[in-house]
Design a protein around this ligand. Structure first.
Ligand SMILES: [Zn+2]
Length: 917
């Protein structure tokens, strides 16, 4: 076993889940906890987490998170973090405030970058200038302007974050469950309380919590651990001797039976949009077997509309949908059920309804096959780790969590043995006992009722400046040459085109049906069909049985529309009905069988299907209404882009405001038999006649198996049509505003622009050199940027307190960029940052999807290399010329905003059309 000078070894163990070894160390002088995760992952990661649990709603730890990233002793500039975002090769760079901890993680595939970033992060958390410069506190936290109004980055951010009904419901629930401990406070900060925080208190809180003996450090991946540990020791930890005792979280006495009612202020209060949350405590954090059991149990009983507990509750018609929440990362984990689309009356019956449904299930016993499917699915997900956050960053967050509550950073990284023991207990009725126990106590209950408005106050102001000097600045020479895709094979089989990409580990099997010949209206129906497919029976299985089988035999399985703009001549729009499955190679036969049954045999007509349509569509409607408030920017972007490209027009049609109207219309008519007939005709047309491409990512042996399976499967056809591009007529540009609740705005300005790789540099400069300062730091919006995509470019703001002012800021951007001077060092930073984005390491499932997209869009390695070369060749003159030409291009732009009633009314002159959603 290796020894590391300055550290004491606590334990070392093999960890197949992490494909390597875990080593837990304690630093001798400082008492810091260190976890090493040694494996072959090139996406190296670092994380440092502190135990930070609030004792009020001032958001002090959130403000500290922002403040420490705003300049440190060794890197004394105002925004090193922003400059790293611009120029580093990091695949992940961020910091997060949780209810009980603050974690600073990053990941990068480049070793020099790793060393730079580790030093900047450590210097930030241990030597922040914020402790000697009150200006940082005022900018990031709060200050009073000359006119008496309060503003600050966190203050403004939280105004937006707390605006949605869900956020308010969540806060009220936490307050009711944890009235006496840290978990009852708004860890991000409540704007009403933030101004109560003084600079003195903020410094005291920092010194108490940001100490080496209150932190957990993770080093992850294929890197020289000895060197990194020696650096940590010499540069930081050995200078920070252990202090007095570290701060501790306290336990809350449980609060069964507590009931709270709160208003939600909205311009359009609807009697049937009441929400009701019920919550229960699920036992000790350290009992990982029980917590994993809860997760599996909830998935089995509530994971889909067919799952028994959810089906029973939906049957009671108390509301349109029920969501589950379960957070097992806190000291006292809790589970919650949220009833949406209820009335005050039905909300009052929710708790009794749950009680009865649970008793009914217990009387019969939970079906074992359901539990097994959920257990398999959870195990698959723990291995595959879906989502885009790098594995090393997830490990760093999990390490901080395990360390915080139990002292053991490795605790959450081991899961194999838990799955094995739960598998054994499954047959013994252990889950029935768990269910009984979980719901035995009275729940905590919060009911939220839509109510006519109150006014929100406005905000503004802050500023920045200065250049970050790194020890080893990255240059274009540090960039790799870009990945080459492994050669794939292509053959014709059973009426389909079969693609093969070699891959190790999990197997991915994707089916793509070409939709080029569909009409716009057919596309709308087809998108809905993909949403209801989970809910339908087949002649052989009920929907619930089929879900259970999929969970048992497959990893992920989904059906969706894919919409891409190709690189072929004329920039055609490719669209496919996509069935994607991930699996273990030995389950290939089952996958082909289940995928075929799911897609080809589900019953699209009859009472069962019709009930499913009514149920799913009303859930979708509620869901979209929440999404408009939370991500208005993405809806606004496709709405505006729809005037310029077919890809955007179709995306808007199947998932934008147009889709929402279509949904409302169908719900109004409620002619579900007609919908079923449409679905039936569409399915026949697509599944039996459209061109089909089957893409297999797996071994040669797997490919051989598939070659034998396909001809006898549901997917085989003697003859199919050919693929073609999808088209629809584009509509004339309209400037539109949509009024939403929530008190924040999303402002979009979109214009048509031929795709050009080199403009990614311009977009980056616009985002970080201009918009970040004017829209975020001065304007107080949570996010902003410029993006350049196939056929369109746009400027956006996210959770913005302003509307008219942001459009003014947009208009002044080009002149500002054109008037600047760019040094060679500046250009180097912009280019490294932009190119590194192209190289962000992908997880295997995402890589498989990306290879398929490149195939359909005709993107060759040669093109990717040419894009890269064009990016690297951008110089100051190109950049200035592009900026100078922007006003001409922006003259064709369309404005679409999602915003509050007040802001939209004040900006009426900017829009041709206003609609309240
Ligand atoms: Zn923040």
């Amino acid at each position: 076993m290796k020894q590391y000078p300055g550290y004491t070894l606590v334990k070392q163990e093999d960890c197949p889940e992490q494909h390597g070894t875990l080593t837990v160390l304690t630093h001798d002088v400082s008492g810091a906890s260190v976890l090493l995760v040694e494996n072959d992952d090139n996406n190296k990661a670092f994380g440092i987490g502190f135990g930070t649990f609030p004792s009020d709603d001032t958001g002090v730890f959130h403000i500290l998170e922002h403040s420490v990233l705003a300049g440190s002793e060794k890197y004394p500039v105002k925004s090193p973090f922003l400059q790293l975002l611009k120029s580093s090769m990091a695949s992940f760079l961020n910091a997060m405030t949780f209810p009980d901890k603050t974690v600073y993680p990053f990941a990068t595939p480049n070793e020099t970058d790793f060393k730079n970033l580790m030093d900047v992060y450590l210097n930030a958390v241990f030597c922040p200038l914020a402790m000697v410069d009150k200006a940082v506190f005022e900018q990031e936290g709060w200050h009073r302007g000359e006119d008496g109004t309060v503003s600050g980055v966190v203050y403004n951010e939280m105004q937006g974050a707390l605006a949605s009904p869900d956020a308010q419901l969540q806060n009220a629930l936490e307050r009711a469950m944890f009235p006496d401990t840290a978990y009852g406070f708004v860890s991000g900060g409540d704007p009403a309380s933030i101004p109560a925080l003084t600079y003195e208190k903020y410094k005291r809180v920092y010194h108490r919590h940001y100490s080496a003996d209150n932190c957990c450090i993770t080093l992850y991946g294929n890197l020289n651990m000895g060197e990194a540990l020696a650096f940590l020791d010499e540069a930081y930890l050995s200078k920070m001797p252990k202090g007095t005792s570290r701060p501790r979280l306290t336990m809350q006495d449980e609060q069964p039976g507590v009931q709270v009612k709160i208003p939600y202020y909205t311009e359009k209060p609807e009697a049937d949009e009441v929400q009701c949350a019920l919550a229960w405590y699920t036992g000790a954090f350290a009992d990982r077997e029980r917590q994993l059991g809860v997760e599996i149990l909830l998935d089995a009983l509530l994971g889909s509309n067919q799952a028994p507990l959810k089906a029973a509750l939906l049957n009671e018609k108390l509301g349109a949908d029920i969501d589950i929440g379960f957070d097992d990362s806190t000291l006292q984990p809790t589970l919650e059920l949220v009833l949406r689309g209820a009335t005050e009356d039905t909300a009052a019956r929710f708790a009794a309804g749950v009680r009865k449904a649970v008793d009914d299930i217990l009387a019969e016993g939970i079906p074992e096959d359901l539990l097994l499917a959920s257990l398999n699915a959870a195990e698959f997900a723990s291995l595959e780790r879906p989502g885009s956050i790098p594995d090393g960053v997830l490990d760093a967050i999990n390490a901080a969590t395990g360390w915080l509550h139990t002292g053991d950073p490795a605790m959450l990284l081991h899961t194999n043995s838990l799955f094995a023991s739960l598998r054994e207990k499954l047959a013994e009725g252990w889950f029935d006992a768990l269910l009984k126990d979980l719901f035995a106590a009275e729940p905590v209950q919060v009911t939220q009722v839509p109510t006519l408005p109150k006014k929100e106050e406005e905000a503004q102001a802050a500023r920045v400046d200065g250049k970050l000097v790194l020890e080893h600045p990255l240059t274009v020479a540090d960039l790799g040459s870009g990945e080459k895709s492994a050669a794939g094979g292509e053959e014709q089989l059973a009426g389909a085109t079969l693609l093969h990409h070699p891959s190790a580990g999990s197997t991915y099997l994707n089916f793509y049906y070409d939709l080029g010949s569909l009409t716009p209206e057919e596309m709308q129906y087809l998108d809905l069909l993909t949403d209801v497919l989970d809910e339908l029976d087949t002649p052989r299985h009920t929907a619930r049985e089929l879900n259970t089988l999929r969970g048992t035999w497959l990893g992920n399985s989904s059906v969706a529309l894919s919409i891409w703009t190709g690189r072929q001549a004329g920039s055609p729009c490719h669209t496919k009905l996509t069935l994607s499955m991930s699996l273990l190679e030995r389950s290939l036969e089952k996958a082909v069988e289940l995928g075929g049954e799911w897609l080809y045999e589900t019953r699209l007509t009859g009472p069962g299907a019709e009930a499913a349509y009514a149920r799913v569509l009303s859930q979708q409607k509620l869901n979209m209404e929440q999404q408009f408030i939370q991500q208005g920017n993405s809806y606004a972007a496709v709405r505006a882009g729809a005037h310029f490209t077919v890809e955007n027009a179709l995306t808007e049609r199947v998932s934008g405001v147009t889709a929402y109207h279509f949904l409302c219309e169908l719900l109004e008519k409620a002619d579900w038999a007609a919908v079923g007939a449409k679905f039936e005709a569409l399915r026949e047309k697509i599944l039996h006649h459209a061109q089909l491409t089957v893409s297999f990512h797996g071994s040669e042996a797997g490919l051989d198996t598939l070659r034998k399976l396909l001809p006898g499967s549901a997917f085989a056809e003697a003859e199919r049509g050919t693929a073609c591009a999808y088209t629809e007529e584009l509509t004339a540009p309209v400037n539109e505003a949509f009024i939403i609740d929530g008190g924040v705005n999303y402002d979009l300005l979109v214009w048509p622009m031929e795709r050009c790789a080199a403009r990614k540099v311009l977009a980056r400069v616009m985002s970080y050199e201009y918009l970040w300062h004017h829209i975020r730091e001065v304007g107080g919006a949570y996010g902003t940027g410029m993006l350049t995509r196939d056929g369109v470019e746009y400027l956006y703001t996210y959770r913005d307190p302003h509307l008219t002012e942001s459009y003014d800021t947009f208009a002044k951007g080009p002149a500002d960029l054109a008037a600047r001077d760019y040094t060679e060092k500046d250009m180097n930073e912009f280019i490294v940052g932009t190119v590194a984005k192209l190289d962000t390491p992908r997880k295997p499932y995402a890589q498989a999807k990306e290879l398929d997209r490149r195939y359909f869009c005709g993107i060759t390695d040669g093109m990717a290399a040419a894009d890269r070369a064009a990016l690297c060749a951008v110089d100051a003159d190109t950049l200035k010329a592009q900026a100078a030409a922007l006003p001409r291009q922006m003259a064709k732009s369309v404005r679409v905003a999602f915003g509050s009633k007040d802001a939209v009314e004040a900006a009426k002159g900017l829009f041709d059309r206003v609609e309240t959603l």
